[in-house]
Write a protein that binds this ligand. Structure first.
Ligand SMILES: [Zn+2]
Length: 236
């Protein structure tokens, strides 16, 4: 079990997120994904047309936000795999939009739409702007270790957020100068600038995602950032 959220992650100001973007985040209506998830976990509701309609309406709101963010995505049909595993209101994301160019994201798989929204904001305002400011090169591609996976939290009997496509594991960043910053190597052994860059984008992720786990959390996360939708502020 994860410890109770401690409200960390306030060390580095989110200077890369402009006022306009902060106000956008503050004012948009958030899809009630938690309710959709509860409906998914209640077997008798799975087949009811009303549940499907609500899911569709919420998905439409979220996908409209993705379109506004110029995310390259495809909505996916809801799928229920049993045993608490499902992809509901999820999308396939292949491209994200920065200030002046788009970037790719690889190996992602289905991702819950509200999580894709947070990813889009983090990639643009957290990662790309930090890369240009700190490393002098823009973001070209984010490499991931996937999103959906029907599994438990390691060492527990609790379903992982990956089991509902509500978590993404990010492993590396490709920059416009050809650099490939791999978390597993660069977190401790990259250049001073690269190590600082990774810590800055880790902190900016903590401002956007409910749970963020990285190399400092445990050995299982030495090679990726676990970015989870959630509702808390757990940052390690
Ligand atoms: Zn993960």
């Amino acid at each position: 079990m994860l410890p109770i959220a401690l409200g960390a992650c306030s060390v580095i100001p989110d200077s890369v997120a402009p006022a306009s973007e902060r106000s956008y985040r503050a004012t948009v209506e958030r899809p009630d994904y938690a309710a959709a998830r509860r409906a998914m976990q209640t077997p008798q509701r799975q087949a009811t047309p009303r549940s499907t309609q609500l899911s569709t309406i919420r998905g439409d709101t979220c996908t409209a936000h993705l379109s506004q963010q110029k995310v390259n995505f495809t909505p996916l049909p809801d799928k229920y795999y049993g045993a608490g595993c499902a992809t509901v209101g999820s999308v396939s994301v292949t491209g994200l939009q920065g200030d002046s160019r788009s970037f790719e994201i690889s190996n992602l798989g289905p991702v819950a739409c509200p999580l894709a929204e947070k990813l889009a904001g983090w990639a643009r305002f957290g990662v790309d702007r930090a890369a240009r400011k700190m490393l002098g090169a823009s973001l070209v591609r984010i490499e991931t270790m996937g999103s959906y996976s029907c599994r438990n939290v390691a060492g527990s009997s609790r379903r992982s957020a990956h089991a509902t496509a509500e978590a993404i594991d990010v492993s590396a960043f490709i920059l416009s100068d050809g650099r490939r910053i791999v978390l597993k190597e660069a977190w401790d052994n990259g250049s001073a600038d690269e190590r600082e860059f990774l810590r800055v984008i880790h902190s900016s992720a903590c401002k956007r995602f409910g749970t963020v786990l990285g190399p400092e959390y445990n050995a299982a996360h030495r090679d990726h950032f676990h970015l989870e939708l959630g509702g808390g502020t757990y940052c390690r």
